[in-house]
Design a protein around this ligand. Structure first.
Ligand code: GLC
Length: 600
């Protein structure tokens, strides 16, 4: 009944809207390139904040004020059209653009934690903090099934298992949409399967292989009623997904019966063809419905209008797109919701609240994977003298990674609210001390050292590891369209080659007779033979987010390790994993210190 009523409302709108207004609904602009007056004059369907694009002082109230102004222009004024916009952003590990937000572990850590209800709790924290900022639409969850951890977006995936991606993606969608935030599963399709892990590269697979690995995780999300799908930059067998009528119309909308809206990625249509008109025509006719054209949104509207007048795009295709957009807005409830400034969620002062940070801390504890523990060095005695060192021991930017306050992430502790690994250890072990680089390690002063090493923050292609650019030539030559290679993070998966300061710090301390617990902060597994050989114990902490205390709680035996590798760990040899997916040690029940805490 509801659907029939909603379809009748859509029919009425379609009968009312001009072609240009319909095309406006198909257009999503970036907040920095559009005013509320532009939204009104052009009937824009959505506005987004790109990574790090925030209003005013970046407090929740600034976001509410911004969204309220867009809402007023679209719905509230005498001359408003009356169709609310959707305001979207990438809240991929908490409401991570907003100052003071709870920053959850990135998905790779949730994959290691292996607990689907924890994923639902993470989605709930994210939804509530998004509602407090007056937001409607989250470009999450990523359903990528990573096949090569040289990919810069490995950390946005739950790992290499399609079943886990499907289960976790479903729970995330249920929890997020259950709290009135529209979810967006991405990136359709095969983003995690490109050759050499090149971001936006070429995924060469049979349909059967693509379906089994990269399409399968979407089925549970569709069953859960996910309302939007974002198309991927990558190509499949040489065809860009943004131009693939087979993948978008025949499979997604046809065979799978998806009834929501399909949105492009950031200027994703630009890479279809040098001529913009051709790119627009190809992507609209492939079946995309809404277009993320952050800056060139005026040109997009004019170009698509000309294509319809010229017969390149049919009015029926436009109506299908707008029908899906309006259906999604009706299903999401935005038509019936009060203006952002008066929505119940904005009254809730939950951004970065203790309850949310407790969820994040629990996720951190469960995400840690113990890879080595010679002589049962761990857990540490809280009364012991612990030297804490390493470039990421006291750096919230490193421990949160990309998509945190800015697209590429931060460095240092000036912009993110949280506790570093050092602060977490010191909160539990009063005799701990922080060292710059371990140069002051002294066995007469220090019983043990915790050295926190790994990657600095990155996002998307800037996180790729590419040994040489001949791979790009190979990938690009297979693609019918344009490639967009970004400068890679590194030319090697070997941590000692990329960050030699890390193994140097570990060796400097160990050489003085102080045993080392190495903690790796990274978006993915790396080759760490040298660091592991020089350490007595070794922990993979992934990108834990704002709650570094969670790391200290497990190192000091408050809780046992629970994490298991969500994908194989590479070795220097390359073809044989150092550790298989599913590997992870724990304290077991024969450890006195851990048991001491269990008794408390
Ligand atoms: C980016 C990403 C996509 C994100 C979008 C908006 O390029 O590929 O995951 O949702 O742009 O920020």
């Amino acid at each position: 009944m509801r659907d029939a009523r909603q379809e009748a409302v859509v029919d009425a709108w379609l009968a009312r809207l001009s072609l240009r207004q319909k095309i406006g609904q198909m257009t999503m602009a970036e907040r920095g390139s559009v005013t509320p007056e532009d939204v009104k004059r052009n009937a824009l369907g959505a506005v987004l904040s790109g990574g790090g694009s925030h209003p005013g002082g970046n407090a929740p109230a600034d976001w509410v004020r911004m969204n309220d102004a867009f809402w007023q222009a679209a719905v509230g004024d005498e001359d408003s059209l009356g169709i609310p916009i959707l305001f979207g952003c990438d809240a991929v590990h908490g409401n991570n653009n907003v100052a003071g937000a709870t920053i959850l572990p990135h998905n790779i850590g949730l994959g290691a934690a292996g607990n689907v209800e924890l994923v639902a709790e993470a989605a709930g924290v994210t939804a509530r903090e998004m509602l407090a900022s007056g937001l409607d639409w989250n470009f999450a969850p990523v359903l990528a099934v990573v096949q090569d951890c040289r990919w810069g977006r490995t950390y946005e995936s739950y790992g290499n298992d399609p079943r886990r991606a499907g289960r976790f993606g479903r729970r995330y969608v249920e929890a997020l949409q259950g709290e009135d935030i529209v979810a967006c599963v991405k990136h359709w399709v095969g983003d995690g399967g490109t050759g050499h892990g090149i971001d936006q590269g070429e995924t060469t697979l049979s349909w059967e292989e693509l379906e089994a690995t990269h399409v399968a995780p979407y089925y549970p999300a569709f069953e859960a009623g996910v309302m939007t799908v974002m198309v991927s930059f990558n190509s499949w067998n040489g065809e860009k997904c943004h131009g693939s009528r087979f993948l978008v119309t025949d499979v997604l909308k046809g065979r799978l019966g998806f009834k929501g809206l399909v949105v492009s990625d950031w200027d994703g249509i630009d890479f279809l063809h040098e001529e913009y008109a051709t790119a627009v025509r190809l992507s609209v006719n492939a079946g995309l419905d809404m277009f993320m054209v952050p800056e060139r949104w005026r040109e997009f509207i004019d170009t698509l209008e000309a294509e319809v007048h010229g017969g390149g795009v049919s009015p029926a295709r436009i109506d299908d797109a707008v029908r899906r957009i309006l259906r999604t807005k009706l299903r999401s409830g935005v038509f019936d919701r009060p203006r952002p400034a008066r929505r119940p969620g904005v009254e809730v002062a939950c951004t970065g609240c203790d309850a949310h940070r407790e969820v994040a801390r629990r996720a951190v504890r469960r995400s840690l994977v113990l890879l080595k523990n010679a002589g049962n060095l761990l857990p540490l005695d809280p009364a012991s003298r612990i030297l804490v060192a390493g470039k990421s021991a006291h750096d919230l930017g490193h421990q949160c990674g990309g998509w945190t306050l800015s697209w590429q992430g931060e460095k240092g502790n000036d912009t993110i609210a949280g506790t570093t690994v050092w602060q977490g250890i010191h909160a539990l072990a009063p005799h701990a001390r922080l060292s710059e680089d371990g140069g002051d390690a002294d066995p007469d002063r220090d019983d043990v050292a915790v050295v926190v090493v790994g990657e600095t923050a990155y996002a998307e292609g800037f996180g790729d590891i590419r040994s040489g650019d001949e791979m790009l030539v190979e990938a690009g030559s297979a693609v019918d369209g344009l490639m967009n290679p970004l400068e890679p993070y590194a030319r090697s998966q070997v941590l000692a080659e990329v960050h030699p300061e890390d193994v140097a710090c570990i060796r400097r301390i160990a050489a003085r007779g102080v045993p080392v617990v190495a903690v790796l902060i990274s978006g993915r597994p790396l080759v760490v033979e040298e660091e592991m050989a020089a350490s007595t114990a070794f922990v993979a902490a992934w990108l834990p987010g704002s709650e570094g205390l969670g790391v200290g709680e497990v190192l000091l035996g408050r809780e046992d390790f629970a994490g298991r590798l969500p994908l194989p760990w590479p070795s220097a040899a390359g073809n044989v994993p150092r550790f298989p997916a599913g590997f992870g040690l724990d304290y077991g029940f024969d450890n006195a210190v851990a048991m001491a805490y269990k008794r408390k």
